[in-house]
Design a protein. Structure first.
Length: 419
């Protein structure tokens, strides 16, 4: 084979150029270890340093200036680019370090460009992976984006409804649903002062009150070790009931605020589409609050594990189900251009919760089954297996099927962490 068969057209970032000369250089990094009273040195090979490539490019002809300007435009762009070496072929990650343009009076319509490249080999940066706690904390910002988008879409839809002439009775019925929903939520949370504004005229105030009240429900639970699952199930059940409130208020199965629902008068039934609209904004507030609560639990779990992988998976699944319901509701209510930013934020939130849960599970020791070798209680078993009797509570959480933790028999098989 000869150059006539193998020589390539030189180019950088897709812009070709003629080449006069190439000079390639590679050196190896070494460390010399010398010792007293011993001749010579122990030379350690630390690997090859980055290759450097020096190329002399040439531009000539009546259109040389146009081609040169196009080439310089690519050279001035930051970052790596693909360099096609005329002899050695493609260098995917070539970093330009400097270039020099030479014009001579004796050579019109002609110039050379001296180029220096260094081959970049991207490695893994420090902190290439987020810690489990960092992944959990990232959920909050995504959830807030989704909630804000849902509130804005609700407000815009209500403004459009108000602009329709002859809608007074419909708006009054919708006001009753909104007020009744707030009253139903407020009866479950004390100490939060809501807006006194007209909810139809100020829909953002209604949505903000809903979000604050639902956030207050989550704040009422401490999620302390040992009762996390109990508090979580209680919260998810309570939020499920809250999401159903607009429909119940509209049907009359739940009485609304005393200022709008009189015992001796029958309220006008609200339009089904309006009830669905209110349900949608309540759902997105509930789902994002659930995601934020899960992120706090997972962040704590990353620092001090107390839950089993099955428990963590359940929390993640509950959040994802709630967010999916919020996504489905928005798809039913809004056109694509309105719902897309909201659903994308909710999808990102669901993925972030799932990633955080997986990171917390992976950070824990592997869950295995172990056979009890001698009778005793969980404290004694924990001491035998780990040298730490306080881990008996951990064994109890991993083995909810145990009837009597003080009567463990030889041969019993228990779930336990490998270390």
């Amino acid at each position: 084979m000869a150059w006539a068969d193998t020589l390539l057209d030189a180019s950088f970032r897709g812009v070709t150029f003629d080449c006069l000369r190439t000079e390639d250089n590679a050196t190896r990094d070494t460390a010399s270890h010398e010792y007293a009273y011993m001749d010579g040195a122990d030379v350690e090979d630390l690997g090859r340093k980055a290759r450097t490539v020096d190329i002399s490019a040439v531009f000539f002809g009546s259109d040389y200036e146009t081609r040169l300007q196009t080439f310089l435009k690519e050279l001035d762009k930051p970052g790596h680019g693909e360099l096609v070496h005329p002899v050695f072929g493609s260098i995917k990650q070539a970093q330009l370090t400097n270039y020099k343009i030479v014009h001579e009076a004796d050579s019109p319509d002609y110039c050379t460009v001296e180029l220096s490249f260094v081959e970049a080999t991207p490695g893994n940066p420090f902190f290439v992976q987020q810690l489990p706690a960092q992944k959990a904390e990232a959920v909050t910002q995504l959830a807030e984006t989704g909630r804000s988008g849902g509130i804005e879409a609700f407000s815009t839809a209500l403004d459009s409804l108000k602009s329709v002439a002859g809608n007074l009775s419909r708006l009054n019925a919708l006001r009753d649903v909104m007020t009744g929903t707030l009253g139903g939520i407020r009866s479950q949370v004390q100490g939060i002062i809501g807006t006194t504004l007209d909810l139809i005229d100020y829909p953002r105030a209604f949505a903000s009150d809903v979000a604050s009240l639902i956030g207050g429900m989550a704040d009422l639970r401490g999620f302390d070790a040992g009762v996390i699952q109990s508090d979580w199930k209680s919260l998810t059940g309570q939020l499920d009931n809250v999401v159903k409130l607009p429909g119940k208020v509209s049907s009359g199965s739940v009485s609304g605020d005393s200022s709008t629902a009189l015992a001796d008068s029958k309220p006008i039934p609200a339009n089904a589409a309006d009830v669905a609209l209110v349900t949608t904004v309540v759902q997105v507030a509930a789902a994002t609050t659930l995601a934020e609560t899960a992120s706090q639990i997972l962040a704590d779990e990353a620092e001090q594990p107390t839950l089993s992988p099955k428990d963590i998976e359940q929390i993640s699944n509950d959040v994802r189900n709630a967010l999916q319901q919020a996504i489905d509701n928005h798809r039913d209510q809004f056109p694509l251009e309105t719902l897309r930013p909201i659903t994308e934020a909710l999808k990102d939130t669901a993925l972030a919760v799932q990633d955080a849960a997986a990171a917390v599970i992976e950070a824990q020791p592997p869950l295995v089954t172990r056979t009890v070798e001698a009778p005793g209680n969980l404290h004694l078993v924990a001491f035998r297996w780990y040298g730490d009797y306080t881990r008996a509570q951990e064994l109890a959480r991993l083995n909810p099927q145990l009837i009597n933790p003080n009567a463990i028999q030889a041969g019993d098989v228990l779930y336990a962490y490998a270390r």
